[in-house]
Write a protein that binds this ligand. Structure first.
Ligand SMILES: [Zn+2]
Ligand SMILES: [Zn+2]
Length: 369
C-alpha cells in the first residue's frame, strides 16, 4: 500500500487539521456513492486506512518512525471496523451524535463556505450553495432493508424499543436508567436483507443545491443556519451552516454599517473644490468637494451604506479625501513654473529645481563634474 501521507496528499509535517481537511475532500471525491470509476472503492478504503492511522497521534508517531503500522493495528481503530463509519463520523464535523426522539440520533450538522458580494449582502439576496450530504436513500426510504428482500425484524435485545433499561445500585437506592440499544443502535429493528442501493445504511451521499436567504446587511464571518439540510440520520436530519465571506469590493470598504470610499484629490482640486464621481452600490454619483478641503476631510452620503443588521435604516457612505502631492517626475516644465509662481505669490520659499538628466549628461561629457 502507498505511503499514507502521499495517499492523503499532505506533507509529513501536516497538522491534524490539514490531514482532516485532506481526508474529507478525498473521501468525498472517492466515496462509492458518487464515484463509480473502477478502483474508486479501493481508493476510498485506502484513504480511510491512511486517515485512521494518521489521525491517531500514537499510530502516527509509530508510522513516522517505522514507515509501517505495528502488526495487527491496521484497519480502523477506535472500535470502528467499517470505512463508512469513519467517514460518517467525520463527515459532519464535531457536532454529530445528538440524541432526539426515542434515543435515535439526529444526522450530523454540516458546514459549507460561501462567498458573497457586497451587493448581495446589502440586498439580502438569495444565494445557492452546493452541499455534499447524506440524504435518505430513495430505494429503501431510509428503512435500510431492500424492498425486494425480507423485511426488517424487531431487535431481540430491545424488542423494538431502541432503548435498553438497566438498574444501578447507588447510595440512594436502585435507579433505573435507559440507554440506546447497542445491538440495533437505537433503530429498534435489524436489517436482514440490506438495501442494494445504500448497502443497508439508509442514506446515500448526494450533492444538493441549497438555496440560502441572506438577511439584509449580513457581513463576513456570520454563519447562517439552514434547518434540516445537514446529514440524514435515524432521528431526522441535522442542520446546514453556511459560513460567509465577502469578496473585496474594488473601491468600497465596509466598516460595520458604513462604507468607505477614499477619494484622491489633486492639490488644485483640494484648494479650489471640484465635483467627483463616487462609486456607490447604486452606481456612480456626483459628489461636490468644497474648496479648501483638507486631507482626511469627509463627505457623508447619508443612508448609502449597508443596512443595519440589528436595527433600522442604513449606515452612510463616507468619502474620505486624500490629497495627492505630485512627484517631481509628474511635473512638466509648465506645471513646475506655475507652482513656482504660486509659491512666489504665497510667499513660500521653495528649493531650486535640480538640473535635468540631459544637463547633467552634458556636464559629464564636457568633463565639468
Ligand atoms: Zn437504501
Ligand atoms: Zn435494539
Amino acid at each position: 500500500m502507498a505511503d499514507y501521507y502521499e495517499l492523503l496528499g499532505v506533507s509529513r509535517n501536516a497538522s491534524s487539521e490539514e490531514i482532516k481537511r485532506a481526508y474529507r475532500s478525498l473521501a468525498l471525491k472517492y466515496h462509492p456513492d458518487r464515484n463509480k470509476e473502477p478502483g474508486a472503492q479501493e481508493r476510498f478504503a485506502q484513504i480511510n486506512t491512511a486517515y485512521a492511522a494518521l489521525s491517531d497521534p500514537e499510530r502516527r508517531a509509530h508510522y513516522d518512525r517505522f514507515g509501517e503500522e505495528p502488526s495487527g493495528a491496521t484497519g480502523f481503530g477506535n472500535g470502528a471496523t467499517d470505512p463508512f463509519d469513519l467517514f460518517e463520523s467525520l463527515f459532519g464535523g464535531s457536532l454529530f451524535g445528538r440524541q432526539s426522539g426515542r434515543g435515535r440520533a439526529k444526522g450530523e450538522d454540516l458546514e459549507v463556505d460561501a462567498e458573497i458580494t457586497l451587493e448581495q449582502a446589502r440586498a439580502g439576496a438569495e444565494i445557492h450553495v452546493q452541499v455534499d450530504r447524506l440524504a435518505r436513500c430513495s430505494r429503501c426510504g431510509g428503512k435500510r432493508s431492500d424492498p425486494e428482500g425480507r423485511p426488517n425484524q424487531p431487535c431481540p435485545t430491545c424488542h423494538g424499543s431502541g432503548v435498553v433499561q438497566f438498574q444501578q445500585r447507588t447510595i440512594l437506592g436502585n435507579i433505573v436508567s435507559q440507554q440506546v440499544c447497542g445491538t440495533c443502535r437505537g433503530e429498534g429493528t435489524l436489517v436482514i436483507d440490506p438495501c442494494r442501493a445504500c448497502h443497508g445504511r439508509g442514506t446515500v451521499l448526494t450533492q444538493e443545491d441549497v438555496a440560502v436567504q441572506l438577511p439584509r446587511g449580513i457581513d463576513a464571518g456570520y454563519r447562517i443556519r439552514v434547518p434540516g439540510r445537514g446529514n440524514e440520520g435515524p432521528g431526522g436530519s441535522g442542520d446546514l451552516y453556511v459560513r460567509l465571506s465577502v469578496v473585496p469590493h474594488p473601491s468600497l470598504q465596509r466598516e460595520n454599517e458604513h462604507l468607505i470610499y477614499v477619494a484622491e484629490l489633486g492639490v488644485a482640486q483640494a484648494a479650489l473644490g471640484t465635483s467627483l464621481e463616487v462609486p456607490t452600490l447604486d452606481g456612480p454619483q456626483r459628489v461636490e468637494i468644497k474648496a479648501g478641503t483638507q486631507p482626511g476631510d469627509q463627505v457623508r452620503l447619508r443612508g448609502q451604506g449597508m443596512p443595519r443588521l440589528q436595527g433600522i435604516g442604513s449606515g452612510d457612505l463616507i468619502v474620505v479625501c486624500k490629497v495627492r502631492i505630485p512627484s517631481p517626475k509628474q511635473l512638466d516644465k509648465e506645471a513646475r513654473e506655475h507652482l513656482q509662481a504660486y509659491a512666489a505669490a504665497m510667499g513660500e520659499a521653495v528649493s531650486e529645481p535640480h538640473p535635468g538628466f540631459f544637463e547633467r549628461l552634458g556636464k559629464t561629457l564636457r568633463g565639468e563634474s
